[in-house]
Design a protein around this ligand. Sequence first.
Ligand SMILES: Nc1ncnc2c1ncn2[C@@H]1O[C@H](COP(=O)(O)OP(=O)(O)OP(=O)(O)O)[C@@H](O)[C@H]1O
Length: 238
Amino acid sequence: MLEVSDLHVRYGKVSAVTNIGLTVQPGRITLVLGANGAGKSTTLRTIAGLVQPTSGKIVLDGESLVGLKANRVVGRGISLVPEGRQVFASLTVAENLRIGGYTSTKEKREKNTELAYELFPILRERKDGPAGLLSGGEQQMLAFGRGLMSDPKYIMMDEPSMGLAPAIVDTVMGSVREIADRGLGVLMVEQNAEAGLRVADDVVVVNRGESVYSGSVEEARSHSSVVLAFLGEAALEA
Ligand SMILES: Nc1ncnc2c1ncn2[C@@H]1O[C@H](COP(=O)(O)OP(=O)(O)OP(=O)(O)O)[C@@H](O)[C@H]1O
């Protein structure tokens, strides 16, 4: 289990995260909802070791991750698929995947390349072409595949639906669910609450750097303030 408690993060004088707690279980998807600037991306970046917390706990299967550099966090089995995809446009699809597996053994790289191609057959078709020629949706699939290459136990996804057409959002969300069903723990930040709630198991709501609600998706759906804030009145009546 991945457990974050009482997390505080500052960028100089700016407090980005003031009290965030969440858990992610193997085989389950924890969805993080919250307004722009609430501290969602900072939380993921801090777990990933890209930013150091000012205080708080980040514990993976009983061991603290606080203070570890990003490459060590990857080595412990946590991978981040960043917002905005950030694929290497001039490299091929296959080369982008290989980069994600640079810490892995050859055997694991081959296994996870196959997994990425199995989840997203279009990547296999385009494997020798430049990633920059992929559509936005295909680039998101590639970023997702690249995140799997380090053979993670937990994968964090920062707004995977951003800028994608609804049909592609469904494909990406379906793959997030499939990965969880294969046993990975998923921590997903998503502005598209509807799409996220369709596949998630647990929800954490973040407001101005603090987690203010956490519970199962079922509970969240019956919690009127959560529904009203993220889904609108129509969803409450449904
Ligand atoms: N590199 C940085 N330097 C200074 N302040 C930052 C930096 N990154 C984020 N912040 C600030 O920290 C706060 C939280 O930002 P963060 O990006 O984590 O929020 P978010 O919930 O992910 O929002 P969004 O959905 O817009 O990405 C905001 O006030 C933001 O302006």
